[in-house]
Design a protein around this ligand. Sequence first.
Ligand code: ADP
Ligand code: MG
Length: 402
Amino acid sequence: MTKKTLGEYPRETLTDQIVVVRVDYNVPLDPDGEVVDHTRLVRTLPTVQYLVEAGARTVLLSHLGRPKARPEPALSLRPLAGKLEKLLGSAVCFCPATTGPVAREAVQGMKSGDVLLLENTRFCPEERRNDLAWAEEIRYGTKLFVNDAFGAAHRAHASTKGIADAVRVAGGEAVAGFLLEQELRFLCDAIADPEHPFVAVIGGAKISSKIDVIEALLPAVDRLIIGGAMANTFFKARGWVVGDSLVEEDRIETAHSLVELAGDKLRLPVDVVVAPQITSEASTRVAASDEVREGERIGDIGPRSVQSFADELDRARTVVWSGPMGVFELAPFQSGTFGVARAAASTADRGATVIVGGGDSVAAVVAAGVVDRITHISTGGSASLELLAGKTLPGVAALSDR
Ligand code: ADP
Ligand code: MG
């Protein structure tokens, strides 16, 4: 870690101090606007709890969804204040403004140990513009900014980058909260110096979305396992029939060069689950990967592939997994992903470091019932991938150096 953390900041000086914390409460909403999953709130509790117990006056900032730079009631953070209050076990106030007189008054009225959640930062056009005057406003005069929003750290917005710069200019400190610190430790440190064998499992829909991650991990890993729709493009590159499966025609060259680059590190599925259509009622068959027929669609990896990937995971001391092995959302195509999830969990049970990142991958380990056994579940979708790809995240870069 090259960045300062909340844990290192002198705790006694927090008493009565206004501390502005950027959290990532960009929770998934169902079509009726109900919150589907509160994991992102739960993961910030160590930081918020710590500040409350230290007697700080904690101001929370977050975005939710993609409002068009103006208030949209459906994307208000108000319902989350009540949920956070229950999780935290102490009062959380909500302010229906992010800046301006109402918000200022609410911040000024806080007492030691209070928590105040301000309204969705993206209701204000200044947020995405990284407007520096507005960043100074949301600083609320504090000398301590805590960034605990890993999922937003890949954005150079006012509440991630601008405010950190403003605090440092004012002679204060911008530090990583406990969640951000944990994410950086696992995704950077563990991978910079991994225990071997180090196995990467990459799947999901597209090569194009993970190519940077694959290229960054390849020199470090002992095995690169590729599954999901991504594998189809590799099959096609070998000249095999893939029927009507999802293929990225414009990535066949990429697949060729990855095969070259990876050499004998690469493992592709030896068998696949195919069906005429990818639906929840599809009648499926298992085929060797080079025996798919015209008109068929690949929806999952087959049982022999699961076994061979599980054997690789069994030997691993470090595992990074991003991207499901098939269309795990539909019952006929979930065995591959769930089988690999169980193997990854068993590896973690034996003390290996197992890291799962990516929105759908995390949903898959939850659905497989093994989420609690995984060493580290990364809360950032795009941010996790960018960090794994070795990119610098603007929200992290803006924090105070050690
Ligand atoms: P993550 O969010 O974990 O990074 P991706 O977004 O890259 O993962 O990919 C997840 C999606 O890939 C899932 O919705 C899954 O249904 C889809 N997928 C996986 N395998 C296949 C396949 N063989 N055919 C079609 N879609 C697939
Ligand atoms: Mg996804």
